[in-house]
Design a protein around this ligand. Structure first.
Ligand code: NCD
Length: 279
């Protein structure tokens, strides 16, 4: 349970959530964050209930919603839609997930989780594992990591390697990273393993998904080969890559991670709508 004393900080503000793709944590934690700060929430959860279904453009949707709210959170299956929405909007737009490209607020909450759990970010050995091609959370996280001194391990099947756009960026920033297909060998040296779901919905060919869907499955026994302070993270939803036996281990922090997401999004909304003066 989270503290149930509600603030009035944003009591004259309205947040619109425009979600054109499924979501549980991102949308609900943003909405809960706004409500907990005393604000109000409007929005839709699928394309089918908005006029986009009738053919309305994102530009016109944003031009409409900006009259009804003070801030917009948008999630869309196409890359770049949040950026485009921002061009047409006079109010702040938060990217709640743009196709397989980026998920910046998830990266912020992931970084916050690491800081809370490990007390530091610099000097850690961090593995990002699973779908590094289509997984938007790992893209945004890798960009954020480039501000720190981290030893990064990208663990994925050859067909789902981290995108060149990101590895090139990391090389330019002189960031240390290794790419590998095997995760069990490096498990003993990791401080953090960030598992991801293979993003079935992004695959063009179902057979390609079938080939890789079960490549990485972490079981309770695997934790025996990890450091005492090892932490296992996942942006969730998981579909089989982390065995539920692990949930009770103090090394599993994915449920805490999603709670940290609420706090992070409260801070973000307060910062954007109230500036630095909210404390
Ligand atoms: C992720 C997403 O939507 O990109 N989930 C989330 O926002 N917590 C990860 C995923 O769908 O696999």
């Amino acid at each position: 349970m989270v503290n149930n004393k509600y603030s009035k900080l944003l009591d004259n503000k309205i947040m619109a959530t425009l979600f054109f793709e499924p979501s549980t944590r991102t949308r609900l934690s943003f909405e809960s964050a706004m409500l907990r700060l005393g604000g109000k929430v409007i929005g839709f959860q699928t394309r089918d209930v908005s006029s986009v279904k009738k053919g309305e453009s994102i530009a016109d949707t944003v031009r409409t919603v900006e009259n009804y709210s003070d801030i917009i959170v948008i999630r869309h299956p196409l890359e770049g839609v949040a950026r485009m929405a921002a061009k047409f909007s006079s109010i702040p737009i938060i990217n709640g997930g743009s196709g397989s490209a980026e998920h910046p607020t998830q990266a912020l909450l992931d970084l916050f989780t690491i800081k809370e759990e490990c007390g530091t970010i610099d000097g850690l050995n961090i593995g990002l594992c699973g779908d590094l091609k289509y997984g938007r959370t790992v893209h945004s996280l890798a960009y954020l990591f480039s501000n720190y001194n981290i030893n990064l391990y990208f663990i994925s099947p050859a067909s789902l390697k981290m995108r060149f756009r990101i590895t090139d960026w990391l090389r330019d920033k002189k960031m240390k990273f290794k790419e590998t297909e095997k995760f069990k060998e490096i498990l003993p040296i990791l401080d953090i393993l960030y598992m991801t779901r293979i993003q079935e919905e992004r695959f063009l060919e179902p057979e390609e998904y079938e080939k890789v869907k079960d490549v990485y499955i972490l079981t309770e026994k695997d934790l025996d080969n990890t450091k005492e302070n090892f932490r296992l993270m996942h942006p969730l939803p998981r579909v089989g890559e982390i065995s539920p036996d692990i949930d009770k281990s103090p090394k599993a922090v994915y449920f805490k991670q999603m709670k940290y997401g609420l706090y992070l999004r409260m801070a973000l909304l307060a910062l954007i709508l109230k500036g630095n003066n909210f404390v």
